[in-house]
Design a protein around this ligand. Structure first.
Ligand code: SF4
Ligand code: SF4
Ligand code: FES
Length: 255
């Protein structure tokens, strides 16, 4: 006998959100995105009414771009890797709730505006300035251990799941969330990036910076890339303190 499942989707526009259910037959490897595509092909709800197709964002379909992040059964995660069968097996429930992230402005249905994450990366200069006009040679060597620490940090896809789970990211604070802080660790630990370490650390001393972290540790639990966010926050916290002292005593920036 075939299994049927229901996606209960919190949809609509700002100020007018409502739940709407759609029913499907379970097919092997079905995931939340393939179910949303099915709604797009045939936008008929569980009551049999023709409705506007649900809108969502997607890019890579392999948990690399972060654009399909949403709340699935209340948990922030990527819809493209949310397989239906394991969710049903885990919960024993054939109804799965799907809702947009709540810490970002709602655009429509499952689309939110995550621009703030990219603005925060700009604030901390989340890149390495390198003049690619001529070949500078192979550059300094990096130890295996450092490479391993940096690799996992580099997998951040600015999905926003960490901010969604963080109690300190709310309408009463300006906290930038853990992801940009982890990116400061990534870029400051690069031999070239290190030359601009102070430029990345100073914005973290401002309102919304590192001192807003309450160490609730929710972020590490939800990060799909298993980035050790609290380790990064602790490490960068020490660097921020040292930088504040250097600034206080007007020591020159480290080179
Ligand atoms: S740190 Fe993890 S949860 Fe946060 S944006 Fe990056 S990948 Fe997503
Ligand atoms: S440790 Fe807690 S307060 Fe700090 S960024 Fe992570 S979830 Fe937010
Ligand atoms: S579509 Fe890119 S992470 Fe899901």
């Amino acid at each position: 006998m075939s299994t049927r499942y229901t996606l209960k989707i919190y949809r609509g526009s700002p100020g007018h959100q409502y739940w709407e259910e759609f029913e499907f037959e379970l097919i092997p490897m079905a995931n939340v995105i393939s179910s949303l595509m099915e709604i797009q092909r045939n936008p008929v709800n569980k009551q049999g009414s023709q409705v506007a197709p649900v809108v969502w964002e997607q890019g890579c379909l392999e948990e690399v771009c972060g654009s399909c992040s949403m709340l699935i059964n209340g948990k922030p995660r990527q819809a493209c890797t949310a397989l239906i069968a394991p969710i049903i097996a885990q919960t024993g429930n054939t109804t799965i709730t799907v809702a947009p992230l709540t810490k970002f402005p709602l655009v429509r249905d499952l689309i939110v505006d995550r621009s703030v994450m990219f603005e925060n990366l700009k604030k901390v200069s989340g890149w390495i300035e390198a003049d690619g006009a001529y070949d500078r040679g192979p550059g300094p060597k990096m130890s295996q251990r450092k490479q391993e620490i940096r690799y996992v940090l580099s997998t951040c896809m600015t999905c926003g799941c960490c901010s969604e789970s963080c109690p300190q990211v709310n309408s009463h604070t300006q906290f930038m969330g853990p992801a940009p802080i982890a990116q400061v660790r990534l870029f400051n630990s690069h031999p070239t990036g290190h030359m601009q370490a102070a430029k990345r650390l100073r914005p973290l001393m401002e309102a919304g910076g590192i001192s807003d972290c309450g160490n609730a540790q929710n972020c590490v639990r939800v990060c799909p890339k298993k980035i050790p966010l609290t380790d990064a926050i602790a490490s960068i916290g020490r660097d921020v303190t040292l930088q504040a002292l250097r600034d206080l005593f007007s020591f020159p920036d480290r080179e």
